[in-house]
Design a protein around this ligand. Structure first.
Ligand SMILES: Cc1ncc(C[n+]2csc(CCOP(=O)(O)OP(=O)(O)O)c2C)c(N)n1
Length: 904
């Protein structure tokens, strides 16, 4: 305990009111105000306060901090609704779930200490979940969206076990998902990829749950406003996000707060589990996380409901006429509250209550055991229910419930409030027996020692009650469904027409993309399901025509006349707008993209989102959100524009992306493409659309598009869409003159393909060397296929070994030079499988400003360096004279090489 806290410091921390200079006068003012409110109502009270504040401002009287309220429950006793459930039965159910969760973690840890698991988080949040399960969470694709605190997953499994949804066997296999128990285990956290019928929202990476929950709530509105969901039933649906208080330190946790308030998302409830601890120690040992978060959320415009104290505190507050209890609470920092959680009633009396004689008297009638049993709000179903009811009846604003709990609640001196609670996964027999007694579990000592799961009879009052409650709420939660109608993909002929229109036009692949997106938006069947998403870069990518055509979604419509109203393509916002314009928030745009890309599952309505962004601010910036999308089984398109290291030449180091394809290659269900030409892009998009909306594949597409304008070639005869989609095909005439007897193979992708084509021409003109040119639309897909072929050959030992596409295309004695606008590691993904001498050129290093030609020369990926690499490869085979290489060095300005670009 802090001996003598500095009053000024306390004031700052806790908003404690400074000493009263004239109590008599204060009382008169307060009584006058109270009687006014009693007589004329709260609204009149608010009016008067506003006038007083205006007067204070006018006289430059400093205003008190107004965002914090006292350290008590927001819902007062007189406004507390009656509890709608059977508290006794619910307590018994909750105790059983607690036990089974604990037993599951301890058992798996006995099986192997490598498996890990958490007890203390669920122990703190159990009651908050249970009240939700029994009275609030509505199930199904027209129900609520519940984001569970990930480390509380054991409790969610334990409840599903009681519900008969998970058999005992799976509880025994907690955190075991491979080997003989594959398919019969349980994931550590909420992973839809691993448990696609169960978990809906991945929350294991702290901060992403809160952020994506906000965007889900907004997307729910978007769908209703656009008539894609029934508005009346959508209004009833809620997003519940259970979040750790430590987790609130993640920037992503806070990133969407303003948006939620600005959009008036009263369908959103955050429940922050304020057990005051995180992994290493207290969240705010020297302060108060509850008060801090209250200020933050209130400042952002949220409705804040503090749920701090259980019912047994009500009489104490009622008797606290001189405010000593409140004062004591306000001068106590979280580090002390943690200590009180970890100690018994006697310690609490001595150190907390006995500080002031008035306070000592206030609890004189309580025994030490009574004091020990005083509950924090987040452990009292009555108070929890009151807070939840306040949240779901609030209109016009999102609500945050700051629920004070104890970490490791019920684990006694073995785990409750302990510094190391978070990671505790072992409990000895004595601790287990004490837990049994604490929660009055119907278990014999041997059953406790054997960590037996407890499952009451099917017709026991507990199970009958539990099922009845869930029936009333539409089924079980969490449960994930993938049921959604298929949508027809546009005809291949449509894509062909689009490609024909592009042929010969001077334009970039970004422009081709925008035209294809526009065509998709106009498609009769699919159009309304398309969701264009931007993060303040629509103009950069030439998409402003869409503003007028499909409008920007704005819940309030457009309350102003846009400055460019008289122009054809004016900035149009509308309540039924289709574009999600997220402002400068790539993380927010990803939140929207995930919501749209999983709409088939969350709402049973498939949507097709296209999020287009600066490629450097994609994987590099929001990579973990992309991973979260992958886990969520997202279906949609991510489009990295102004892509590559050398196409966005003037922008320099930070803006030039050389790695996104490498990152994309690590995500198993991400299909990444780096097309060079409009016809390639069109074929890939058409393929992706078909895969996503018609075949309903749980995958997503990452495409890079460029801003370099050039005459777009027509689709060459003989090239099929399947070749382009497979990742590698040979460029025929007229793009590259046919060669009778090639001496080497050149491979290019994206913006560097044109350098490679030019290099082939130079080799022919200058040296009479004939080279095939291959377009690698996706090294990632090639590598994946080759890996599969290699594995099948190894594991199945077929009589005739199969060859991968990359080997079939490039294998042999001819050297292969592959060049990319990304780091060399991208083409090197296929190096092992090529089956030919293989050289790569790439843009490793920090970016640079300059003209495209200069930057390509700097990174040694321009046509002259391709020529040089080709000659060098041939010289090593003795097919050309070394002098030729030396001459080429001069031409490429590389005769006196400086430091490699990646060290500069
Ligand atoms: C992005 C990220 N960083 C770190 C972790 C590791 N981690 C898991 S739980 C945890 C502490 C959580 O504390 P809090 O949010 O207060 O939840 P509590 O378990 O105390 O309820 C940490 C650091 C993570 N899962 N995600």
């Amino acid at each position: 305990m802090s001996p003598n806290p500095d009053p000024l410091q306390l004031q700052a921390l806790w908003r404690v009111i400074p000493p009263d200079a004239d109590p008599q006068e204060t009382r008169e003012w307060l009584e006058a105000f109270q009687s006014l409110v009693a007589r004329e109502g709260r609204e009149r009270g608010t009016y008067l306060l506003r006038r007083l504040l205006d007067a204070a401002r006018a006289q430059q009287v400093p205003l008190p901090p107004v965002l914090n309220t006292p350290y008590v429950n927001t819902v007062t006793l007189d406004r507390q609704p009656p509890y709608p459930g059977d508290l006794v039965l619910e307590a018994r159910i909750s105790a059983i779930v607690r036990w089974n969760a604990l037993a599951m973690v301890v058992r798996s840890n006995q099986h192997s200490a490598e498996l890990g698991g958490h007890i203390a988080t669920y122990a703190s949040i159990a009651d908050l979940f249970e009240v939700g399960f029994n009275h609030f969470f509505r199930a199904g694709q027209a129900g609520d969206l519940v984001f569970f605190q990930p480390h509380a997953s054991p409790g969610v499994y334990a409840r599903a076990f009681l519900e008969g949804r998970l058999p005992r066997k799976r509880l025994l296999n907690f955190r075991q998902e491979t080997g003989t128990v594959a398919g019969a285990g349980l994931s550590s956290y909420c992973h839809p990829w691993l448990m696609p019928d169960f978990w809906q929202f991945p929350t294991g990476s702290m901060g992403l749950g809160p952020l994506t929950a906000i965007y889900q709530a907004r997307f729910l509105r978007y769908m209703a406003d656009r008539d894609l969901l029934d508005a009346a039933s959508a209004r009833e649906r809620r997003v519940w996000a259970f979040v750790g208080d430590g987790e609130m330190d993640e920037p992503e946790s806070l990133a969407g707060l303003s948006l939620a308030a600005r959009e008036g998302l009263d369908n959103l409830v955050f429940v922050v589990n304020c057990n005051l601890q995180r992994l290493d120690g207290p969240v705010r040992g020297n302060g108060s996380i509850v008060q801090e978060l209250e200020g933050l959320f209130a400042g952002a415009g949220w409705n804040v409901v503090k749920l701090l104290w259980g019912s047994d505190w009500d009489p104490l507050f009622a008797a606290d006429t001189d405010g000593v209890l409140l004062r004591r609470l306000h001068e106590t920092v979280d580090g002390e509250f943690q200590k009180y959680a970890a100690t018994d009633g006697r310690f609490n009396r001595e150190h907390f209550f006995n500080k002031y004689p008035e306070l000592q008297r206030l609890v004189a009638h309580l025994s030490d055991d009574d004091i020990d049993r005083l509950k924090r709000g987040g452990h009292d179903p009555l108070k929890i229910h009151a807070a939840y009811r306040a949240a779901v009846t609030t209109r016009g604003r999102p609500t945050v419930i700051l629920a004070q709990t104890k970490k490791g609640y019920g684990m006694g001196h073995w785990g409750q409030g302990k510094m190391g609670s978070h990671q505790q996964k072992k409990l000895d027999d004595e601790a287990l027996l004490a837990f049994r007694d604490r929660f009055a579990l119907p278990l014999k000592d041997e059953q406790v020692r054997a960590l037996e799961f407890h499952l009451p009879d099917a017709d026991s009052p507990e199970l009958r009650y539990l099922h009845a409650r869930r029936r009333a709420l539409g089924g079980y939660v969490p449960a994930r469904s993938a049921a959604a109608p298929r949508l027809p993909a546009p005809e291949a002929a449509d894509t062909a027409r689009l490609v024909e229109r592009q042929a010969g036009r001077e334009q970039s692949t970004t422009m081709v993309f925008v035209q294809q997106l526009t065509a998709l938006l106009r498609d009769k069947a699919l159009g309304r399901h398309v969701v264009p998403i931007v993060a303040d870069e629509a103009r950069t990518f030439g998409m402003q025509s869409l503003f007028r055509e499909v409008a920007i979604y704005a819940a309030q419509g457009q309350l102003y006349e846009p400055e460019d109203r008289d122009e054809l393509l004016f900035y149009k916002e509308s309540r039924t707008g289709q574009i999600l314009e997220e402002g400068i928030s790539e993380a927010g745009a990803m939140g929207s993209w995930i919501a749209a890309a999983t709409s088939y599952s969350t709402h049973g309505v498939p949507m097709l989102p296209f999020y287009i962004f600066y490629s450097c601010f994609g994987f590099q910036r929001v990579g973990d959100l992309i991973f979260c999308a992958a886990d969520s089984r997202a279906r949609g398109f991510l489009v990295g524009a102004t892509a590559g290291r050398t196409t966005l030449s003037g922008e320099g180091l930070q803006h030039q992306d050389g790695t996104s394809h490498l990152a994309a290659s690590t995500i198993p269900n991400c299909r990444a493409y780096d097309p060079a030409f409009g016809y390639e892009l069109a074929a890939i998009v058409a393929h992706g659309v078909r895969r996503l909306v018609h075949e309903q594949a749980d995958e997503f597409y990452y495409l890079t598009v460029m801003n370099e304008n050039f005459a777009q070639p027509a689709l060459p005869a003989g090239v099929g869409a399947e070749d382009i989609v497979a990742g590698l095909y040979r460029l025929p005439g007229p793009l590259v003159p046919a060669c009778r007897e090639p001496q080497l193979r050149l491979v290019g992708s994206g913006s560097i393909l044109r350098e490679v084509i030019a290099a082939a021409a130079l080799l022919r003109e200058r040296h009479g060397i004939e080279a095939e040119v291959w377009s690698a639309t996706s090294f990632t897909e090639l590598a994946r296929e080759a890996r599969e072929v290699q594995r099948a050959n190894r594991l199945q030992q077929p009589a005739a070994r199969a060859a991968s596409r990359v080997e079939r295309c490039l294998g042999g004695a001819l050297p292969v030079v592959a060049a990319t606008d990304y780091v060399r590691a991208v083409p090197q993904l296929v190096a092992e499988y090529v089956g030919a001498p293989f050289v790569t050129l790439g843009t490793d290093g920090f970016g640079r400003s300059g003209t495209r030609a200069d930057v390509r020369r700097f990174f040694e990926v321009d046509r002259e360096h391709v020529v040089l690499a080709a000659l060098d490869a041939l010289a090593r085979q003795g097919r050309v004279a070394p002098e030729l290489v030396r001459a080429a060095l001069d031409v490429a300005d590389a005769a006196a090489p400086g430091q490699p670009p990646w060290t500069r």
